[in-house]
Design a binder for this molecule. Sequence first.
Ligand SMILES: C[S@@+](CC[C@H](N)C(=O)[O-])C[C@H]1O[C@@H](n2cnc3c(N)ncnc32)[C@H](O)[C@@H]1O
Length: 237
Amino acid sequence: MSIELDFIKEMFDSIAPKYDFLNRFLSAGQDILWRKEMVLGAELPNQSIVLDVACGTCDVALEVKKQQGDGATVFATDFSPGMLALGKRKILKHEEGATIHLVSGNALALPFKESRFDAVFIAFGIRNIMDRQSAVASFYRVLKPGGTLAVLELTSPPKGFFRDIYLLYFKRLLPAIGTVLSKNAGAYHYLPESVLNFPNPREFASTLRQSGFEMVKWKVMTLGIVTLFIGKKASAL
Ligand SMILES: C[S@@+](CC[C@H](N)C(=O)[O-])C[C@H]1O[C@@H](n2cnc3c(N)ncnc32)[C@H](O)[C@@H]1O
């Protein structure tokens, strides 16, 4: 594995025990609503097979089960053993989580055969992967023809008063709080840096199209701090 992937994996392993708490706290609970919107936005067919990539502690996988119940077979994958261990503990606490299949895997080389899934989700994960084009190609490979990709990511709000206030919070306050609570100075300084380096929605949509995704659209949420992207793999002829 590359140095860059090792760095990301070790960082998530180290913050894993505090990850859920900090997510809820730093987003004031909004992260739950964002994932809910994401799953709704995928408009899953009944009896779908779904993959949650970079699943972390399995919040997206659990949201799919909550919305679809037995109507969805859910797989969840991540490369951080620390996050997966917490994910496993969490799904076992929920009745609907017991049937989620957890698989250790790298988003750049997904351990699944071609055309397996009706939908692939990735929430707050793609920004941590430098080679986004390869990751998106890997999502395309495992989707069935006509399948849906849903990507949820933190983005930078457009220029204006709100952006100034938000950047003050995001670049100054959030790293300070995150460092104290997670006891990991690097991770919560890396967070704003990775968000500010993430392309704008138009550019990321173009990355999706370059991998073959069609009908690509995006929805800006919470004044631009989060964006949901949806794309479809071309249907078989
Ligand atoms: C910010 S967390 C998001 C977790 C979860 N999806 C959520 O909604 O809270 C990012 C996750 O991506 C995982 N990740 C980053 N790069 C990855 C890669 N190349 N392959 C697999 N997982 C990766 C990390 O281990 C971490 O669990």
